[in-house]
Design a protein. Structure first.
Length: 230
């Protein structure tokens, strides 16, 4: 065995990285025309590369589609939080339509033939007023549904949601903490940011954690602001 080969160690997992400096990003409301929206191709150009999250990562699922959020869809999504005939105002009667782009960065364990999502990025383009309104609606729903019983893979499960405001990232931002109690306790951190008329989310994967999710979201927010609202 050569000395070079002897020094090499097998890849055992993702080497996660956190962007240097403060987790901040400027808002772009002043530069955002009220009715301006962006195509999926334009959104895709602002996504962070897999290398922004760490080493030993590769692209997972990625797609761009039309986006829609209606009252009926939100009611279906949150059905376990609602009583059968409940029709609460906080679900909002409004409909929102635009374009959404999603990308997942993966660590793939070749020996076990398993893939693990390390980070998920989502960008949604809407008219400015719609983006502001939908961000508020989604926060209201989670505040009204902090804990409820649900099903997971035909078994019983419990879900918990908490919302924390975040300062200094984009025009508006908050942290969603989602805990699923099913065969153990599993917590996901999802950072939601509005930069002008673009809503972005960054979700952490296994072992990423709250602070990394916030730092990654701030970096993505800077990309959105500088690329789409120069």
């Amino acid at each position: 065995m050569s000395p070079t080969a002897a020094r090499q160690s097998p890849t055992t997992g993702p080497a996660l990285t956190t962007p240097p400096g403060p987790a901040t990003a400027p808002g772009r409301d002043a530069a955002a025309p009220p009715q301006q929206t962006f195509t999926g191709q334009e959104l895709h150009k602002t996504l962070l590369p897999d290398s922004a999250f760490g080493r030993n990562l590769e692209p997972g699922e990625s797609h761009t589609t039309a986006f829609e959020s209606t009252r009926e869809q939100r009611r279906g999504q949150w059905e376990y939080c609602l009583s059968p005939h409940e029709d609460p105002a906080w679900l909002s009667p409004a409909s929102y339509r635009g374009t959404i782009t999603t990308a997942i960065s993966m660590f793939v364990d070749r020996k076990a033939n398993e893939g693990h999502a390390v980070a998920t990025q989502t960008l949604t383009s809407l008219p400015l007023a719609s983006a502001r309104d939908l961000l508020r609606v989604e926060q209201n729903i989670m505040r009204h549904c902090p804990s409820f019983a649900s099903d997971a893979e035909a078994g019983s499960a419990g879900e918990e949601y908490a919302v924390e405001p975040l300062e200094g990232i984009g025009d508006e931002a908050y942290l969603e903490i989602h805990t699923l109690n099913y065969e153990g306790r599993h917590t996901e951190h999802r950072v939601h940011v509005r930069v002008g008329g673009v809503l972005l989310t960054v979700s952490d994967g296994e072992g990423s954690g709250r602070n990394r999710a916030i730092a990654w979201a701030a970096q993505l927010s800077r990309n959105v602001g500088s690329t789409l609202y120069p």
